[in-house]
Design a protein around this ligand. Structure first.
Ligand SMILES: [Fe+2]
Ligand SMILES: [Fe+2]
Length: 455
């Protein structure tokens, strides 16, 4: 799927690490500094000839460069991930025109102890470097032309911005009113009422740089789609969608060291992490123009169906359907997303895992309806068609699970299509485009599923 190979990404990480080390020992003109930086510039330049910007960063301790993720890093990659994490550089964008000088300045600043990412980039700007910027704007991957005029994609971006703004305000000590969230929710609900599958494919967008924001929007979409599939009324859909978007808002009040810790939390840390449910409920209750039932669902999103979850003190309380629906959506998005301690699970096995949790952690009826809604080939599944093309399921058929809409990625000869083509497998004029014959492991085909969901 990409001309920028995993080896290129790994090589770039190693060269940057080597440069950071050598800039502290030698002057810029020394070969030990110049050579790795020149090679790094060449790798970036080659990539930037094909697309105007390049992204790298760290999420939960895992380094990513473009679509490549280093879950089991070598020591140089781990060192770079560590440097980024400790400076809170979650993501950075490198633009066309980046020079060896720019990268030298960047490597020199990364070599400084006790300097924050923000300071690094402020200093780069001061010294006139315009090709490196903290943060990543392009949240939805793929051909940008695909995004134009795409109402669902724009709505996804709006939701992401609303969640991000809300979380930032809370982090800055203010409780925002619910108007921004309400505006985007109104839009999402209207789209979903027309067809509950409209936004579903977008929930497969996984942005490793902004896990919490993306996870929140995805849980919002999945909760909303399930509630719409269950036939709930507009007001309930609005509240459920809001609860999904805000369910983890309490994480803004959890120590970042615990929140971003890679791997397993200690018992004491887990106790702190658990507080996000009640802290979130308090925040939501204080937000103007948000119905109190949303706060209740936020409080109960980890309470579990059999009420053995947390907060412990709330186990005896009656929670409505909303908490159970958000819990199902939360579980699905969490297991289908890369985490620092596990690879993402494919949609179908994820549904199987949820099946095993039904009746104890999760509400059985909602799990089964969720599976039914996703269909036999859930969104995000790679499939082989009987005409030998390989395609990604992007949207379930609202009624028939065997005939979803797909995005064709490989032609019948196994060649990658320069521009994937969307096709509905439903019959038109009595003739069906093609039928699914098998599922295919995306790893074997080097397909980055999350990146394919650009429309
Ligand atoms: Fe949570
Ligand atoms: Fe969550």
């Amino acid at each position: 799927m990409t001309e920028f190979s995993h080896n290129d990404a790994q090589r770039a990480a190693m060269l940057l690490t080597a440069s950071i080390k050598s800039v502290t020992l030698y002057p810029q003109a020394h070969p030990a500094v110049r050579q790795p930086l020149q090679e790094l510039t060449c790798i970036f330049e080659a990539r930037l000839r094909r697309k105007p910007e390049l992204h790298l960063g760290v999420v939960e301790g895992v380094l990513f460069i473009e679509g490549h993720i280093f879950v089991t890093p070598n020591s140089a990659v781990a060192e770079l991930a560590d440097r980024f994490s400790s400076r809170r550089i979650e993501g950075l964008t490198i633009y066309e025109g980046v020079t060896t000088d720019d990268l030298f300045r960047f490597a020199s600043l990364l070599a400084v102890r006790d300097i924050s990412g923000e300071e690094i980039f402020a200093r780069l700007e001061e010294s006139g470097v315009r090709t490196l910027r903290l943060g990543i704007d392009q949240l939805i991957y793929g051909d940008s032309a695909d995004l134009e005029g795409s109402a669902p994609s724009q709505t996804y971006k709006d939701a992401l911005n609303a969640v991000r703004d809300t979380m930032r305000e809370i982090e800055n000590g203010r409780i925002p009113a619910g108007d921004k969230i309400n505006a985007v929710v109104d839009n999402m609900v209207s789209m979903t009422i027309k067809d509950h599958t409209t936004l579903l494919g977008l929930s497969m967008i996984k942005d490793y740089d902004n896990y919490t924001f993306n996870h929140s929007v995805n849980v919002g979409i999945l909760s909303l789609s399930l509630a719409a599939y269950l036939g709930m009324d507009r007001t309930t859909l609005h509240d459920i969608n809001t609860a999904g978007l805000l369910h983890d808002i309490g994480k803004t009040r959890i120590d970042k060291k615990i929140l971003n810790k890679p791997g397993k939390l200690s018992d004491a840390e887990y106790e702190v992490m658990k507080q996000h449910a009640e802290k979130g409920a308090e925040i939501v209750a204080a937000m103007k123009d948000i119905d109190p039932c949303v706060s209740d669902a936020v409080l109960g999103h980890h309470i579990k169906y059999n009420r053995t979850g947390y907060p412990e003190w709330a186990r005896g309380r009656g929670f409505g359907a909303m908490a159970d629906i958000v819990a199902v959506a939360d579980c699905y998005d969490a297991i289908t997303t890369l985490r620092s301690y596990s690879m993402p699970t494919l949609p179908k096995p994820a549904l199987d895992i949820m099946g095993r949790l039904a009746g104890t952690s999760l509400n059985s009826e909602y799990v089964s309806k969720f599976g039914e809604m996703m269909g036999r080939y859930p969104v995000g599944t790679l499939v082989r068609l009987d005409n030998n093309e390989i395609a990604l399921v992007v949207r379930p058929h609202p009624m028939e699970s065997e005939i979803p809409a797909v995005k064709i990625i490989f032609d019948a000869n196994g060649e990658v299509l320069p521009k994937p083509r969307v096709a509905s497998l439903a019959a038109k004029d009595g003739a069906r485009y093609a039928s699914i014959v098998a599922t295919v492991d995306p790893i074997l085909k080097n397909v980055d599923v999350g990146r394919c969901f650009s429309t």
